[in-house]
Write a protein that binds this ligand. Structure first.
Ligand SMILES: Cc1ncc(COP(=O)(O)O)c(C=O)c1O
Length: 370
């Protein structure tokens, strides 16, 4: 057995980018504008250009991006937001935090994204927004969702925490709806070295609202026009993302190549089912996730060979104690089934092909019929 693999290999990436990161950080330390320094605007311009959105507003985290977006839309206590239960807690948590109510709709069993065909039945007179999640790095069916939203006069917030860089019908994730929210958590496809996030929109008024809410609702210094939060992203973290952007296109190519290679190698492995990727979009594989039989045993077998795995996510949100009372479509069976079977394998742009082979071999061995 060789050494322990990294689940997300950030060390190799850092070794390659070390000088560029140091240079970028040193520049910030020299000019001393640690809050809202020039790198903030530089990053926002680059990210807006790369997604095609008219505005990018960097914020303190992906969670903060969701919160500020909901606040900018003016959601009030009692308003409803249709979303998926098969996601990280932050998606529903921010809806609840502002007093609104998440209404859970089941996922497609093969992509694990919200099933757009089930959304309309969940809409009531209180519904104000739809919040799909582009899970694992694959955009949800955003055009279908936007069409429903348009019919009912609703906003759409894409939780694109895992999908920065992905493409849907020749458009970029984060720029597929009213607002798009991403995360720069270190292990995300585009990560910083701490917390960070961004909101994208092409609506000028919403962009202005997000910018103000980010700084305690100030429309000018010490003029507090609305209620806001302390939601800025540090200049140093923006500088780090700027350094990482120089390699990002190459990294996306690697993610796509490694995803395709995993699919090819795992295609015939007994007991493994692959996540479907729709032909009109791609997946940037924030996590490379498959469905497996006997998951706990498989995880233990891989761990014994130094191969870390993770479960995104072991419980759908309607089964979490804090959200168990929330309204939902009667049956969320696909979310429940997915939570029992999903397994995320090591994935990062620097994953060596030989290590990927090792993961596949260990998985095949663990699942071999006895
Ligand atoms: C789907 C989803 N939404 C929101 C978030 C929150 O992002 P952050 O950790 O940057 O607050 C995450 C991060 O894990 C996520 O995966």
């Amino acid at each position: 057995m060789s050494g322990k693999l990294e689940f997300v290999d950030l060390k190799t990436q850092y070794a390659v980018l070390k000088d560029r990161v140091a240079e970028r950080m040193q520049r910030v330390l020299d000019h001393g504008q640690y809050i809202m320094g020039p790198e903030v605007k530089e990053l926002e311009e680059q990210l807006a250009a790369s997604t095609g959105a008219r505005h990018c507003i960097t914020v303190a985290s992906g969670t903060e991006a969701l919160l500020i977006s909901l606040m900018a839309l003016g959601l009030k206590p009692g308003d409803e937001v249709v979303t998926t239960p098969f996601t990280f807690a932050a998606t529903a948590e921010m809806i609840v935090l502002i007093g609104a109510v998440p209404v859970f709709v089941d996922i497609e069993p093969d992509t694990c994204n919200i099933d757009a065909t089930k959304i309309e039945a969940a809409i009531t007179t209180r519904t104000k927004a739809i919040m799909p999640v582009s899970l694992y790095g694959q955009p949800a069916d955003m055009d279908a969702i936007n069409a429903i939203a348009q019919r009912h006069g609703l906003a759409v917030i894409e939780d694109a925490a895992q999908s920065f860089g992905a493409t849907y019908r020749a458009r970029k994730s984060c720029n597929l709806s009213t607002l798009g929210c991403t995360s720069f958590f270190p292990s995300k496809p585009l990560g910083c070295y701490g917390d960070g996030g961004a909101i994208f929109t092409s609506d000028d008024a919403l962009a202005q609202a997000c910018r103000e809410i980010r700084v305690h609702g100030q429309s000018a210094r010490y003029t507090h026009t609305r209620v806001g939060v302390g939601g800025r992203m540090d200049t140093l973290q923006c500088a780090i993302v700027l350094a990482k952007l120089e390699r990002f296109e190459w990294e996306l190519e690697q993610r796509h190549a490694l995803g395709a290679r995993y699919a090819e190698l795992l295609g015939d492995v007994h007991g493994v089912r692959l996540l479907a990727v729709r032909p009109d979009r791609d997946c940037v594989w924030a996590q490379y996730t498959v469905f497996v039989e006997r998951r706990a045993q498989v995880q233990a077998a891989l761990a014994a060979q130094g191969i870390p795995t993770a479960v995104h996510y072991p419980r759908p949100l309607h089964r979490q104690p804090v959200y168990a009372h929330l309204r939902r479509e009667p049956e969320l069976t696909h979310s429940v089934a997915a939570a029992e079977a999903v397994l995320s394998l090591p994935m990062s742009p620097d994953l060596a092909r030989s290590d990927q082979d090792r993961v596949v071999a260990a998985l095949a061995q663990a699942l071999a019929p006895s």
